[in-house]
Design a binder for this molecule. Structure first.
Ligand code: IMP
Ligand code: MG
Length: 173
């Protein structure tokens, strides 16, 4: 396994897009408090930058899920952590690193919805729409990408590469 020589998304391209997303959130949630729920661990870096790109009153919290590909790739999702923040009547934004099949996000949305938020939306850094197995469409998306396995800016391969400031394609030799 090796990384693509050139990044798929440079640090600068990511910085510009995150600034745009932050501005869009500031506009759309004007004068409202926003509870941003990052999905660990992949969204940690995106969440940190996105929150600082808004001019809103922000509360940060986290969720965690694990997906099992399973023998017949049923894609079962196990929820390991939910936000401690009271969600009732508040504006909640689920912040993801990447939407692939969409199953992780769909499972988390179901659980967050049970907390009766005033609104519940999704913001993902990356979207691979060609891989989708649910009807999920993100409300905010940084970049749509082809069906590549990507690492960096929070995304990992076996817990490696999360700290890279750009996004690279992982290539098998
Ligand atoms: P989903 O439930 O199929 O949408 O899977 C989402 C999760 O799979 C993400 O939160 C990532 O942890 C992981 N994932 C999917 N595609 C990639 C990738 O290209 N690179 C790194 N992780 C990925
Ligand atoms: Mg993840």
């Amino acid at each position: 396994m090796r990384l693509s020589e050139a990044p798929l998304l440079t640090a600068e391209a990511i910085r510009e897009r995150v600034a745009e997303l932050g501005a869009a959130l500031t506009r759309d949630y004007a004068a409202k408090e926003l509870v941003m729920v990052g999905v660990l661990r992949g969204a940690a870096i995106f969440l940190a930058d996105l929150a600082r790109a808004t001019r809103l009153e922000v509360v940060l919290d986290f969720a965690r899920a694990r997906s099992y590909a399973g023998a017949r790739s049923l894609g079962e999702v196990e929820i390991l952590q939910l936000p401690e923040t009271e969600l009732e009547g508040r504006h909640v934004l689920l912040v993801e690193d990447i939407l692939d099949t969409g199953k992780t996000c769909a499972a988390l949305l179901d659980r967050l919805r049970a907390g009766n938020p005033a609104s519940l939306k999704i913001c993902t850094l990356l979207d691979k729409p060609s891989r989708r197995e649910t009807s999920l469409v993100p409300d905010y998306c940084g970049f749509e990408i082809e069906d590549h396995f990507v690492v960096g800016y929070g995304l990992d391969y076996n817990q490696q590469f999360r700290h890279l400031p750009a996004v690279y394609v992982l290539q098998s030799d």
